[in-house]
Design a protein around this ligand. Structure first.
Ligand SMILES: O=C(O)[C@H](O)COP(=O)(O)O
Ligand SMILES: [Mn+2]
Ligand SMILES: [Mn+2]
Length: 556
């Protein structure tokens, strides 16, 4: 039975019933063609032919800034906002913007979450912050952390401890020293105003605390031990000491992979373990990499690792991270309400869906796609298939699981059991984040081969495809000066770019099932990822919901 609010009318031109393939090339922008564009330098005949072979069916769309609900056009896109937009058909004001708004109008400090947190320090508890320390704006921002620290001090908090996760992934490698230095200054300033604020522990985001999709719980356990128990092999008298000394010991160490460390007093005792009666605020607004640590704080029954001690604390997220699990139950800012997603419409109209990726991006094509819901929309109609990612640094094996994803999705297409096959290839993004240009070229080639397998399957089945990306990354592997010239160190070596880019992303449609007269409209020069949704709903033979931003299709 179709829920009437989600009923979709048949499309007047495009027939229903053709198998439909949607591919997200994670981190694949359309950017300047130079030697630092891994896509351009790689052998990618299939993806390149989409543009050259059918120019009326290829275009670019915006994938960053206000087009995907971020505070400003200086903000690069990311997987969360990109997949949210593509899944939901509208521009959603994202976590970063909602937190900014609440800080600007003061509602941050009057809400239920804040009042709940305040009770703890009013009763003598310490306020702990945990989160990613950078201004990358993907998971968190330092200015928001500082505003919360000052807000707490203004509201009577006398003791703050910060547990920092160094970045180097959304911002350049090596910048963690700068962010830790800024935080040390703010702590010093707070101390001079009577609030005892200190950094207590830390580690690199890819090695400590911020695992995602349960790829490796050891990462979270290391964080738990350092932040909560004050237990890590590396102990230093300051966080700056930790970063500089660990790097001296191992010059190859990068910000993403710092081992866990604990800041200690002169006598060796940790400056800030997490104890009964304390309050812990996770400053990340983005969900994927803080769901596991949130479970460790919140769940009484927890067996992912031995917590040794489970302090009775108030735990709050910057946002609520999982709407289905209601995790965490307390939070500072209500998350965006993402209703009327494409999945809700398509399931209500009987579309049988196969969604697949490897672990690193599995939640992107399911959880983010469905408006940050961890459950399925329909158990009868949907199959979500996860291919386990390897727990390695991805430039060591840049092909990752592209072939396995292609194989699984190909089988799904050929089986005739699905109307809609949706996949994400992780390589361009995950290898792009290592800053290793050569490996990233190999990554692009693996993706291209995977796409070829899938387009061949669509051809065989008389189907239709849409291939796009969520934001840039592998399309520029060099940090740039204002002039656009690559930035070089004193030896002339180019500084690698590990983060996403601001580039628009390609979108291509095709397949034998697509009527000849279907092409991209010449309108909508400012179209963004949210316009993809109405477009693919059309490609599946339905008219799109009126609440969606327009489809990009036109008809001769
Ligand atoms: O979490 C990450 O890996 C990066 O901060 C962003 O990458 P993603 O948005 O492509 O997942
Ligand atoms: Mn991404
Ligand atoms: Mn990324």
């Amino acid at each position: 039975m179709v829920a009437s609010e989600y009923q979709l009318e048949a499309h007047p031109v495009i027939p229903k019933g053709k198998p439909f393939l949607l591919v997200v090339l994670d981190g694949w922008g359309e950017n300047k063609e130079d030697e630092f564009n891994a896509i351009y330098k790689a052998e990618c005949p299939t993806i390149k032919s989409l543009k050259e072979g059918a120019p009326r069916r290829w275009r670019t769309i915006k994938a960053h800034g206000t087009a995907v609900g971020l505070p400003s056009d200086a903000d690069m896109g990311n997987s969360e906002v990109g997949h949210n937009a593509m899944g939901a058909g509208k521009i959603i004001q994202q976590g970063a913007s909602l937190v900014d708004n609440a800080l600007e109008d003061g509602s941050m400090f009057t809400g239920a979450g804040w009042n709940f947190a305040k009770e703890s320090w009013a009763n003598g508890g310490t306020l702990h912050f945990i989160g990613l320390l950078s201004d990358g704006g993907v998971h968190s921002r330092t200015d928001q952390l500082f505003a919360l620290m000052y807000g707490a001090s203004d509201h009577g908090c006398k003791r703050i401890r910060v547990h920092v996760l160094t970045d180097g992934r959304d911002v350049p490698d090596g910048s963690s020293i700068k962010y830790v230095g800024q935080l040390e200054k703010e702590c010093e300033n707070l101390r001079s105003h009577g609030c005892d604020a200190k950094i207590a522990s830390g580690g690199g985001r890819m090695y400590v605390t911020m695992d995602r999709y349960e790829a490796d719980w050891n990462i979270v356990e290391r964080g738990w031990r350092a932040h909560v128990l004050g237990d890590a092999p590396n102990k230093f008298e300051s966080a700056l000491d930790a970063l500089t000394k660990l790097k001296e010991e191992n010059p190859k160490l990068n910000d993403q992979f710092y081992p866990p460390f604990v800041v200690v007093e002169k006598d060796g005792s940790p400056v800030g373990t997490i104890e009964d009666g304390d309050v812990v605020v996770n400053i990340n607004f983005r969900a994927d990499r803080v769901i596991q640590i949130s479970k460790a704080f919140e769940y009484e029954n927890f067996d992912a690792f031995d917590r040794v001690r489970w302090p009775k604390v108030k735990y709050l997220g910057m946002m609520q991270y999982d709407g289905d699990l209601k995790l965490p139950s307390n939070y500072l800012i209500a998350p965006p309400l993402i209703e009327g997603t494409s999945g809700q419409y398509l399931c209500a109209n009987g579309v049988r869906t196969f969604a697949c990726s490897e672990t690193q991006k599995f939640g992107h094509v399911t959880f983010f796609w469905n408006g940050n819901r961890s459950g399925k929309i329909s158990d009868e109609l949907e199959v979500y298939h996860e291919i386990p990612s390897d727990n390695i640094q991805f430039n060591e094996a840049p092909h990752m699981k592209a072939a396995e994803i292609a194989k699984a999705a190909r089988e799904a297409l050929l089986s005739g059991k699905f109307d809609y096959v949706r996949v994400n290839f992780a390589n361009g993004d995950m290898v792009g984040h290592t800053g290793d240009l050569e490996a990233t070229k190999r990554a692009c080639e693996a993706v291209d081969q995977g796409v070829k397998v899938l387009i061949d399957a669509v051809e065989q089945m008389g189907g239709i495809y849409l291939i796009t990306a969520d934001h840039g990354n592998c399309d520029d592997m060099a940090q740039r000066k204002k002039t656009g010239e690559p930035l070089r160190d004193e030896t002339g070596k180019v500084a690698p770019l590990t983060s996403h880019t601001l580039a628009p992303v390609p979108v291509a449609i095709g397949g034998p099932g697509l009527p000849e007269n279907v092409k991209f409209s010449d309108n909508f020069p400012k179209a963004g990822l949210a316009n993809i949704t109405a477009t693919y709903i059309n490609l599946m033979g339905f008219q799109a919901p009126e609440s969606y931003v327009p489809s990009l299709l036109a008809f001769d």
